[in-house]
Design a protein around this ligand. Structure first.
Ligand code: MSP
Length: 502
């Protein structure tokens, strides 16, 4: 079975992690968890981008060494993983000796192949992007992204022959219409290629905080080339050569050019395969503008997770933000609302069904033929969720699983086990309880990649597994014990809780 590799961008370690970073990390974790539940060997990769001008400047401003700065901020990015219940297989740091060594080696290979040469470079540079800017990106001499005055830079640099890959890239995009999703981003990449590709400078003479160019120690590699190569250095460092090519590379739309243009050219130049798919999401907007440290409109994911829990944070970002579009987060109420909804839809379902089994059957779910309404509520949903996840359509997959959980709540009302108990209809009561519990189990498997905490607790209490082979509700079930479960998503007093009759 081929390895399923999913990557996030490596995050700039010049600032605290914010909700935008959490977003990509969560999306990658959903795909990785789904691959794991399918039993596929999985490599989920994330990490921090620790070189370059922004880091050097931030460190100087704080009066600390760049290494001390990145050591501290990397710890925050690692801590965020735990808070989000994200479980990547590897965390790459670009200041690690292993990464630095491989970057020198890989770019050395390009030089041996005649794809790197030295020339003069004149350009307008944004210190925040750590990138030269031109055209629309540099209107009025200001960086369009950061609204900062651009600086004139003139130096001798090493250049990568990007222009040599124009035709190959144009043909690749032409033939593989879904290599980049959504289609609008694919078209954007085609337009970039059609506008003409210039060779690109890959080293800096004015900086020292970076990977030294092995054959020209007065220069360091331009941070983007050091950073892009993490996708190749990390599998080697992790002893997982099987982990490249990636099945899915997730990025924000701000870094399309680097991943859709530079990256495939570098891979071809190295004789390595391209990732199967580039999935480009939009930006989380807070107060109508991209959430970013420089704008000061960030939402702290640590604070949100502490208040509502990881599951609600994950679900809020994947339900309230249209997947791959831009999404506005107005305030923290988005997250409490999501927690309350999760509690109402999934938490209530689990609590209602498990407590009915405890009350009426002494915590032993009876063997039965699963009632038709339970099977109807779940009919085909595993296929719909699985297919959507296979296309990395996370929002759609979650909606399907969510709809099934909602429908099952309706089936609890319809079957009304409390009435069957009152009427002493033992056969129907057994079928209702055993069948509803089977529904809860199947829905928990479907929701597991999205809400790993609550679903894992439920599945444990049901002595069941999150494996995808178990995602379909069975038509006949045998007797099973159910352990007592604490409420999954304790809510504020304002929360609504369905109380079923005794
Ligand atoms: N270090 C580079 C990436 C190198 S990858 C080889 C970088 N880092 S970043 O920290 O500025 O942003 C990385 C990613 O964080 C974005 O591509 C995106 O995935 C995520 N986000 C950062 N801000 C975001 C929002 N406001 N909204 C959604 N995601 C955003 O670029």
């Amino acid at each position: 079975m081929t390895t399923f590799t999913v990557t996030t961008p490596i995050y700039y370690a010049n600032a605290q992690p914010h909700i935008g970073h959490a977003y990509t990390t969560i999306a990658a974790d959903v795909l990785a968890r789904h691959a794991r539940q399918q039993g596929r060997p999985t490599f989920s990769l994330t990490g921090t981008d620790e070189h370059g001008e922004p880091i050097a400047r931030a460190a100087a401003a704080q009066g600390v060494s760049p290494q001390a700065l990145v050591d501290a901020s990397t710890e925050r990015f690692r801590a965020l993983l735990g808070v989000l219940h994200a479980e990547p297989d590897f965390f790459v740091r670009t200041t690690s000796a292993e990464h630095r060594r491989q970057v020198g080696e890989l770019l050395g290979q390009l030089r041996e192949r005649g794809l790197i040469y030295k020339a003069g470079y004149d350009g307008q540079y944004c210190p925040r992007c750590a990138d030269f800017k031109s055209g629309r990106e540099a209107a009025d001499g200001r960086c369009a992204d950061h609204d900062l005055a651009l600086e004139a830079h003139c130096e001798e640099n090493w250049f990568f022959r990007l222009s040599a890959f124009s035709t190959q890239l144009a043909e690749h995009l032409e033939r593989n219409a879904d290599w980049i999703v959504p289609a609008s981003r694919h078209n954007e990449a085609r337009a970039l290629v059609a506008a003409g590709l210039q060779d690109v400078s890959i080293s800096r003479a004015t900086l020292t905080w970076g990977v030294t160019v092995p054959w020209d120690p007065d220069q360091v590699f331009y941070v983007w080339f050091d950073a892009l190569l993490n996708y190749l250095t990390a599998p080697t460092s992790a002893g997982r050569p099987d982990a490249w090519p990636a099945a899915v590379q997730l990025i924000g739309k701000d870094i399309l050019k680097f991943h859709a243009i530079f990256w495939p050219a570098v891979l071809w130049a190295l004789g390595r395969p391209l990732p199967e798919r580039l999935v480009v999401h939009g930006h989380l907007l807070v107060d109508g503008r991209k959430a970013s440290k420089s704008r000061g409109n960030v939402i702290d994911p640590f604070a949100v997770a502490a208040e509502v829990g990881a599951d609600a944070l994950r679900v809020a970002l994947l339900r309230d933000v249209p997947w791959l579009g831009d999404g506005s987060l107005s305030s923290a109420s988005t997250f409490t609302r999501s927690r309350d909804e999760l509690a109402d839809v999934y938490g209530n379902l689990v609590r209602r069904v498990s407590s009915l089994v405890v009350r009426h059957r002494s915590a032993l779910a009876p063997a039965c033929a699963v009632p038709a309404p339970v099977l109807a509520a779940l009919d085909g949903v595993d296929d719909r969720v699985g297919q959507a996840l296979g296309r990395a359509a996370l929002g759609e997959a979650l909606e399907h699983a969510w709809a099934a959980a909602r429908a099952l709540n309706g089936v609890v009302d319809l079957l009304a086990p409390w009435k069957l108990a009152r009427d002493n209809d033992q056969v129907a009561l057994d079928a209702a309880l055993g069948g509803l519990l089977e529904g809860v189990r199947a829905v928990s498997v479907l929701l597991h990649p999205f809400a790993p905490d609550g679903t894992a607790r439920t599945l444990k209490a049901l002595h069941a597994s999150a494996s995808w082979t178990e995602a379909r509700a069975r038509a006949h079930v045998s007797a099973r014990p159910v352990d007592e479960l604490a409420p999954l998503y304790p809510k504020r007093p304002s929360g609504r809780q369905v109380q079923d009759p005794a």
